[in-house]
Design a protein around this ligand. Structure first.
Ligand code: FAD
Ligand code: SF4
Length: 325
């Protein structure tokens, strides 16, 4: 049996102090990912800092329309204004896991969940992310569900979060509090591509805690949509997903945002697809061109080349459904 220390801080400052004071300490929130990893011998933190008592469970609308979602909000938010202003967020969360898990899982934990790479989750296999320098069993083995963008020779895993893809399309910020104060980290910089250090999956600094996410007012948020393609209709992670958001002025696209899930170690912004849409009438020709551009730069592996066509189809479907709504 492995033992560990458990702390239950009452304030964010206290939690930050505990994390900063012990590099072996790890946050636990809803526990829906971490407890599984501990049970399976993948993770063995010597100290857990239980943040469930910190009161970071509120959704707050600031006077200028900025939305702040506390890190401990669950993955089943009931906020009516959120559905209207940023439907893509609600749709992404609803597409994940099961109702029971969504009620336990937190926003911060969702963004920081570990990859679903089967080799990462089985300690007997080599995995550079779990055990730096040990190799990557997926590259020599099965990589059918792995990345087609931004992978490296060290790791080809994808990030499993649906929420992160929606937040990427809305250019949200992650709010992190550490010994030096609060930082606003752009969503695009929060998760890291593997390069030679796949064990460092995010850009939090030592002692930092995610306290929430912030979505500034976005006109295109109201016209946003999430489409997820997976092996079965529910209770499965995305093979490919797309979060799209479009603002129309006079029938033409003023702003377009396209983010992809299931294709990289971070939510992937399809910038070429966005450029193709900008300034054009929002019709089938523009949608087809954007779907084609969404795969620019893809480097598939022999067993996941199907994801290239899947990205085209998921982006086309997401934009088409958005146009019909
Ligand atoms: C069967 C199953 C199906 C699932 N399907 C989906 C799916 O389809 N889509 C999807 O997106 N997700 C899915 N999930 C993942 C689920 O959403 C995550 O497990 C959950 O969101 C994690 O939140 P948590 O609060 O339980 O995190 P925990 O398990 O408590 O923590 C997860 C990680 O985040 C860290 N952490 C947590 N909160 C903070 C914080 N505030 N600051 C710093 N670090 C923090 C922890 O240290 C740990 O490393 C599924 C999970 C299961 C078990
Ligand atoms: S793909 Fe990444 S997470 Fe999976 S085994 Fe390789 S190094 Fe580990």
């Amino acid at each position: 049996m492995r033992t560990f220390a458990l702390d239950r801080p009452a304030t964010v400052a206290e939690a930050v102090g505990l994390l900063a004071g012990d590099p072996a300490a790890q946050v636990i929130a809803g526990g829906t990912d971490l407890v599984t990893l501990m049970r399976d011998g993948v993770s063995a933190p010597a100290r857990l800092v239980d943040i469930s008592g910190l009161g970071l469970d509120r959704i707050e609308w600031l006077p200028d329309g900025t939305l702040r979602i506390g890190a401990l909000c669950d993955n089943a938010p009931a906020d009516q204004r959120l559905r209207t202003e940023f439907p893509v967020v609600v749709e992404a969360l609803r597409s994940g896991a099961s109702p029971q898990i969504r009620n336990m899982a937190t926003v911060g934990g969702n963004l920081l969940q570990q990859p679903r790479c089967p080799y990462f989750r089985l300690p007997e296999f080599a995995c550079n992310r779990r055990n730096p320098g040990s190799g990557c069993a997926s590259i020599a083995g099965d990589s059918a569900k792995q990345a087609i963008f931004g992978a490296s020779d060290a790791c080809v895993a994808v990030h499993p979060s649906d929420l992160a893809v929606a937040l990427q399309a809305l250019e949200a910020f992650v709010l992190a509090q550490g010994p030096a104060g609060v930082r606003r980290i752009p969503m695009d910089e929060f998760h890291r591509l593997p390069a030679t250090t796949p064990h460092i999956g995010h850009s939090l600094r030592p002692g930092e805690l995610v306290i929430g996410v912030e979505i500034p007012p976005r006109h295109h948020g109201r016209r946003s949509h999430y489409v997820k393609f997976r092996d079965r209709a529910s209770f499965a992670f995305a093979l490919v997903s797309a979060a799209v958001a479009v603002d129309l002025r006079g029938g033409k696209v003023a702003v377009a945002r396209v983010a992809l899930g299931g294709v990289a170690a971070k939510p992937w912004r399809a910038l070429d697809a966005e450029r193709v849409l900008a300034g054009r009438p929002f019709g089938q020709a523009a949608i087809d061109a954007a779907a084609a551009a969404a795969v620019n730069g893809a480097v598939p592996r022999p067993d996941n080349a199907y994801k290239v066509e899947l990205v085209r189809r998921v982006v086309r479907r997401a934009l088409t459904e958005l146009g019909e709504s």
